[in-house]
Design a protein around this ligand. Structure first.
Ligand SMILES: [Zn+2]
Ligand SMILES: [Zn+2]
Length: 345
């Protein structure tokens, strides 16, 4: 089969690889029909993710059709259309029993990291019963690819951890796919104001279409001063960090309101300063999280009912044979205006 293989920092290629076989009784083999590229894949290519070793097939998002199941798999059978979760979970370990699937002792984020992933014609899914989701007949499978990772990540790490409430003031730092996923799902709770902060005019324009009440272009404005002006000097109740660099985290510290929450989503590779000399008496909380995908069943229902339309995030389409072009397009988002690129196999 064809698969996108990581060969070490800066190097990947579409290679011929053996089709995966069942390894465990709880595995399923899924024929991938659609996948996509995540910002995390770009981190891997930069060499930022040491758990992902050369030779690994990348990708942790996708939908497909079950091809084969192990003898212990009871919830799925060949022919079933499925959503692949970026998080694998055994359902039995202490973390899984607490709903913290991201830290499953034999799962978590392993696809396209510690084991071969979804940017291929076939993928082996461990713990299939508790790591796949049924797709109803007739569902828009393009839209559902956004539910493998970015929608639950924006919602759980940003909106749920940030405790967005009716009438609250939300600031989202970073209008990339994850920030936009947080913007879309924050609206479940009717906050009074959602301010999007980015330096890319195109992404801010999209943010406005997706429901942002205020867009702050940091290439033109001092973002902290702009947020303070919009909130009459108070700041935001919920500040969502969706970039992952020190400056963006420190901006969150500067704009959080007394009693507010900084909900970090960004993948941080270097340290950021914590300004306790300014924050010690402000009753704030800072949260971090790896997505658990506990909200996936709920998100599936909201997409099915039309309350949420994640298909709006897809800007480009490619075939698996053109995946190098897909990486090129996604990797130069400022020029190509890419958000999510859909790859059909
Ligand atoms: Zn991802
Ligand atoms: Zn587990």
């Amino acid at each position: 089969m064809k698969a996108l293989v990581y060969h070490g920092p800066g190097a990947c290629s579409l290679d011929e690889r053996p089709t995966p076989a069942l390894d465990d009784a709880t595995d399923a083999i899924v024929r991938v029909t659609r996948t996509t590229i995540c910002g995390t894949d770009l981190h891997i290519l930069k060499g930022d993710v040491p758990t992902c070793e050369p030779g690994r097939i990348l990708g942790h998002e996708g939908v497909g059709i079950v091809q084969e199941v192990g003898s212990a798999v009871t919830a799925y059978k060949p022919g079933d259309h499925v959503l692949i979760s970026c998080i694998s979970s055994c359902g039995k370990c202490e973390y899984c029993r607490r709903g913290m699937y991201s830290h499953c002792t034999t799962g978590g984020w392993i696809l396209g990291n510690r084991i071969d992933g979804t940017q291929a014609e076939y993928v082996r899914i461990p713990h299939a019963d508790t790591s796949l989701y049924h797709i109803a007949a007739g569902a828009d499978e393009d839209a559902l690819v956004m539910l493998s990772d970015i929608l639950p990540t924006g919602f759980e790490c940003g909106v749920l951890n940030g405790k967005v409430e009716p009438g609250s003031t939300v600031a989202i730092v970073g209008a990339g796919p994850i920030g936009l996923a947080a913007l879309l799902t924050a609206q479940f709770y009717s906050p009074a104001r959602i301010m999007m902060i980015d330096r890319d005019a195109n992404r801010l324009e999209i943010s406005r279409r997706f429901g942002a009440t205020d867009c702050i272009d940091i290439s033109a404005l001092d973002p902290a001063a702009a947020v303070m002006k919009l909130t009459e000097g108070v700041g935001a109740d919920c500040v969502i960090e969706a970039v992952g660099v020190p400056a963006s985290f420190e901006l969150c510290e500067a704009i959080v309101a007394p009693g507010g929450i900084i909900a970090n989503i960004g993948v941080h590779g270097v340290k950021a300063d914590l300004h306790l000399e300014k924050l010690w008496d402000r009753n704030i909380a800072i949260t971090t999280r790896l997505v658990d995908t506990v909200s996936t069943p709920m998100l599936l229902k909201t997409v099915r009912s039309g309350k949420l339309d994640p298909k709006q995030l897809i800007t480009h389409r490619f075939k698996l044979g053109e995946i190098d072009k897909a990486y090129e397009t996604f990797g130069h988002a400022a020029d190509t205006h890419a958000l999510k690129v859909l790859i059909e196999t």
